[in-house]
Design a protein around this ligand. Sequence first.
Ligand code: ZN
Length: 370
Amino acid sequence: MLHSKIMTIRNLTDTLEQLAPLSLQEKYDNAGLLVGEPLTPVRGALICLDVTERVIDEAISLGCNLIIAHHPLIFTGLKRLTAQNEVQRCVVKAIRNDIAIYAAHTNLDNIEQGVNGKIAEKLGLIDCKVLSPVSDALVKLVTYVPKLMVHKVREALFSTGAGTIGNYDSCSYNSEGYGSFRAGEKAHPFVGLKNSIHYEPEVKVEVILPKFRLAAVLNALVEAHPYEEPAYDVIPLLNQWAQTGAGFVGNLPAELPLNDFLHSIKEVFQIPTIRYTSPVKDNIRRVAVCGGSGSFLIKDALQAQADVFITADVKYHEFMEADGRIVIVDAGHYETEQYTKELMYEIISKKFPTFALHISKVTTNPILYL
Ligand SMILES: [Zn+2]
């Protein structure tokens, strides 16, 4: 495929990270570029859930030098590369064949249009929201700007990602007052005279922003602010970030008999058998989901008053937590996450429609059913 401009691994992974920044991954995770160098030109990319030797073979035969996976191939420490297990063999094989490996994992789980947003779309859920929003991820920035320059500074903050709350952008609170300062001998004051106290009409601008955008927003602030020493405060917030976090909960467009819904789960996730807890009521409407291992969200699903919670890797005692109040459904780890491939394909091809992007045809699910 011909391109007017060389595309690098970073160009491609930036597209994913603009939506699912690596800083949103869980602490235990290892998402990001795992093998390869960010500035290497990409000829083609292969999207999969898990990197296996067969997936690497597939990449080789398709002429792809980048594999984009959901699960990180290297998850815990890797102390040797002696081909003793599949992870080690994959790393060696990837390096020998000049194939880079990248993973978008819990950072893609934790966004609205991520893994669980896709599952909700497949199940036809409406009025969805994040089941367990993160806290400690937002900060407030307060800055003081001379009245005549406030428009320019505010715009600079908005354009780097400050002031966005849900479906609203350009959110700020502005109050007028005045600032005082005395410029020293070596200063270059924007207004006022050296060695004399100056009082300037200013606007106090307050905006909320994700912590991971702070460095970029502060750069933009310093760039746009006319003062030599712009004053600002960064305040950590205890607020939850409603749009970011684990799991999703929403409603079916209309009530459905539980039995019909259980059958449609099998169809949607193409799984021959599901495990579930005792029916609580005949008709259900509110559904919580978490692709992959989501047992840690059972209490959140109960709190969100979901009738059904669909996830995977549920253990015996975790099923007990249903407690006659919710139907917990285990619909398989691979099965519930399979649409993540489609999701990543859509995100990248929207930005680079002509790029050689493939979805792996290898089924990497290690589990069989009888
Ligand atoms: Zn998973």
